[in-house]
Design a protein around this ligand. Sequence first.
Ligand code: IZC
Ligand code: ZN
Length: 414
Amino acid sequence: MIIIKDISCLVTCAGEGKKSGGEMNDAGIIKNGYIVIKNNRIADVGMGGGYLKWKDNNPIVISGKGKTVTPGLVDPHTHLVYGGSREGELLLKLNNVSYIDILKSGGGILSTVESTRRASIEELVEVSMGRLNKMLQYGTTTVESKSGYGLSTEEELKLLKVNQILNNKSEVDVVSTFMGAHAVPNEYLNNREGYIDLIINDMIPRVKEGGYAEFIDCFCEKGVFSVEETRRILYAGRTNGLRLKLHGDEVEAIGGAELAGNMKCISAEHLIAASDEGIKSLAKNGVIAVLLPATAFYLMKGRYARARYMIDNGVSVALATDCNPGTCPTESMQTVMSFACFGMGMKPEEIINAMTINAAAAIGRECEIGSIEVGKKADIAIFNAKNLNYLIYHFGINAVEKVIKNGNIVISNV
Ligand code: IZC
Ligand code: ZN
């Protein structure tokens, strides 16, 4: 049994699952709180000395004095599994070469495809484990991981197999998304219809047959996959039992958010350029907006997704790193906290809901994780911050003191 007592700021994020609009500004904070953990689960949560009723011969007792304790952070959008890196694009970016132009000239995603195809399963497991360990050190206990740097049937399956191995090997839970529709690979540049056909008639059935993924995602963007192509690909995913996600309106508003609403996707992701109608469609259809403000910062356009407008219009907002080698090489959800606050104007309670319960809902896990409530998995982050505002205010450092995953202390920085 583990008891965390005298917690200065216990952020439970408790409630009826995902939070929308104004509900996001209540993170269920308890002052002078406690948590009791038994058999990998949360057995009790409360205030003051309520934990004293729990009897155990040899409990581990942790003091939460001066600390902020939150649910383990959930990162619901990453491109975790890749080979190589893209620091060579830094100077191109500084010379104003756009992200889509780098991709069109064979760089960007396609350069990572080359280095990922060259890497073996073992090599990919090793580098991705390194990233997962870093995530855990920064407080993340569950991660979604998209394929999308293979772009052939065998290579995409290779990445999804890496996800399975990582999920078994790592303390961090890894949720798998198939994203063969991340770009059109070089071999199909003059035959995009052939590539879409390969995704729909070969990759998706193989993903289903092997049980390799729960979700399907598609990069719906000008110069990548059109709204109509995205609709066809996602539809094929749905008929094969996959739940729908969509990368939309990252660079230009081409109707990605509208499509996500129309197809009732579980989430629409990026949305920097999403239109008013698109945002209203997300709210109306209960689609979670997964925002990636560290990517918006890294794209250097001075433009972020309109989180305030989304929240004011009743959308459920989640936050993620987008951890990838091109537009957001970071594992840190704490970095995302900073950009969510200082770039998008989100409030601390909104931010923490967005990276716990709403992030869990974006990957279909809100009944198991994402809040500190009796019966849920004991995934907990303890931060060296006297209150939630302090955690966001003191930026650019790793404030994690301890991480508890599945009821075990897996990170201890003091
Ligand atoms: O490798 O550039 N936006 N996909 C869509 C990415 C960024 C990852 C990359
Ligand atoms: Zn992405």
